[in-house]
Design a binder for this molecule. Structure first.
Ligand SMILES: [Zn+2]
Length: 444
């Protein structure tokens, strides 16, 4: 592999922004400085006009393998990630079979070790009957356990109250929750079916998977975590109401953290009219006031982490009527660009996007050697061109499903290059052959 000297970049890291050069030797960052001279054998990457960021770490993706590989697989979706400046991902357990045993989870690591272009880890899934396996998880190898507090794609709903209490009380790894209240959702859905039969308008999705359903369930999760001292991470917060349940401050000392997703910062309920089932996801995209409140909470650190909940489905499935249209959106390839629109609109700082999408997940899970631009860390890098707009076209899409809610949209910044473990794996949207990414390790 080549060693690289990246010169003339504007480096953005740990709340600072400054002109710098960065030397990559093997898999690691060897040196960060100014006026660095190229050594014999080094390739020079001229990053004039580009922002140099740590590669993003997406702590919430559904890459669909094993079991749903018509929608996406680890090879295809990790390529989409890398094309978008995301160099590490953590994938959810609602595959087929679901990752409910240590052996099934290790099968996913084995697939990724051969086919993932990005660095990878996988969450364990909670069910009504695998509490003993959760108690035995090794926090240095497994990032967390995902708990569905309601039905969603893949049916991993933990409905038994004693098991839920047990997971919150005993899990040796971070507990991640999908928090929506099933009872409320069922009552809302029954009402909509009575009124509309099989022809429920897509715009009713945020009334069926309602803000009350989110708020009730998130309240329960936060209270239960407080009672047990659980390390809780609340996934995909979708309402401004829930924000009051979380405290601002640095992520390092927190026992309870929250995540929101790029689509909640971009879309509102008015977008169902044009995008319909394409933006159906759980929890639902809600009102403009939620979008704005979530943006403010991400800016002021009450929400700690930005992620995608990347969840591809076939375009044909997304054209189904409401009740059979699957929930989930393919996002990862354009997620950083979508977040940077918030920066260019003055709603978030660039430093805060880097913190929420790279530093914070690294800190939450104590990921070894990643998420920051530091000498000695792995050279996982994203180079962004803020002066090169990109209009999303179908032929640009790397995700296996082949469609994007962003088609036709123009992003003002584009991804100029991505490095994973010191390898240049994407440049101006073109992917290069590179060795597979590495398994994430957790220093805790
Ligand atoms: Zn998800």
């Amino acid at each position: 592999m080549a060693d690289w000297l990246i010169v003339n970049a504007e480096l953005v890291n740990e709340g600072r922004r400054f002109p710098a050069d960065l030397r990559v030797r093997g898999q690691r960052i060897e040196q960060i400085g100014q006026g660095l001279a190229a050594r014999a054998g080094e390739q020079v990457f001229d990053a004039s006009g580009l922002w140099l960021l740590p590669g993003m770490i997406d702590d919430h993706v559904h890459f669909r393998e094993p079991g749903y590989t018509a929608k996406g697989d680890i090879a295809s979706e990790s390529r989409a990630a890398v094309a978008g400046g995301v160099t590490s991902f953590i994938d959810m357990p609602n595959t087929k079979p679901a990752a409910l045993t240590e052996a099934l989870l290790e099968d996913k690591f084995a697939i990724a070790s051969l086919s993932s272009l990005a660095n990878y880890a996988f969450y364990f899934g909670a069910s009504n009957d695998n509490l003993d396996a959760i108690r035995a998880l090794d926090p240095r190898r497994i990032p967390g356990v995902k708990v569905f507090l309601c039905e969603s794609t893949g049916n991993l709903f933990v409905s038994d109250p004693a098991t839920l209490e047990g997971v919150f009380r005993d899990s040796p790894v971070t507990v991640l929750v999908h928090a929506e209240d099933s009872r409320i959702i069922h009552a809302n859905l029954d009402r909509a079916k009575a009124e509309y039969g099989d022809d429920i308008p897509m715009r009713l999705h945020p009334e069926i998977r309602s803000r009350e359903a989110c708020l009730e369930s998130t309240k329960w999760a936060v209270e239960t975590a407080r009672r047990h001292g659980t390390r809780l991470h609340v996934l995909h917060v979708s309402t401004a109401d829930e924000v009051a349940l979380f405290a601002p401050g640095p992520i390092a000392g927190k026992r309870i953290t929250a995540e929101t997703c790029v689509h909640f910062l971009r879309y509102t309920d008015s977008d169902y009219a044009t995008l319909g089932g394409k933006i159906k996801c759980n929890p639902a995209i809600k009102a403009a006031a939620d979008r704005d409140g979530l943006g403010r909470a991400l800016a002021d650190t009450r929400i700690d982490i930005l992620a995608t909940d990347h969840a591809p489905h076939l375009e044909s499935e997304k054209a189904h009527p409401y009740t059979s249209c699957p929930s989930g959106i393919p996002l990862i390839q354009f997620a950083l660009q979508s977040a940077l629109e918030q920066v260019l609109d003055g709603k978030l700082t660039l430093e805060r996007v880097v913190e929420a999408y790279a530093h914070a997940p690294a800190t939450l899970f104590a990921i070894e050697g990643r998420g920051f631009l530091r000498e000695g860390h792995f050279a996982d890098l994203a180079l962004v061109d803020p002066g090169s707009p990109q209009t999303v076209r179908r032929h640009d899409i790397v995700s296996k499903c082949g469609w994007s809610p962003f088609e036709g949209d123009t992003f003002r910044a584009s991804i100029a290059a991505t490095f994973v473990n010191g390898n240049l794996v994407a440049r101006n949207g073109k992917l290069a052959d590179a060795p597979p990414g590495m398994r994430l390790a957790f220093d805790r």
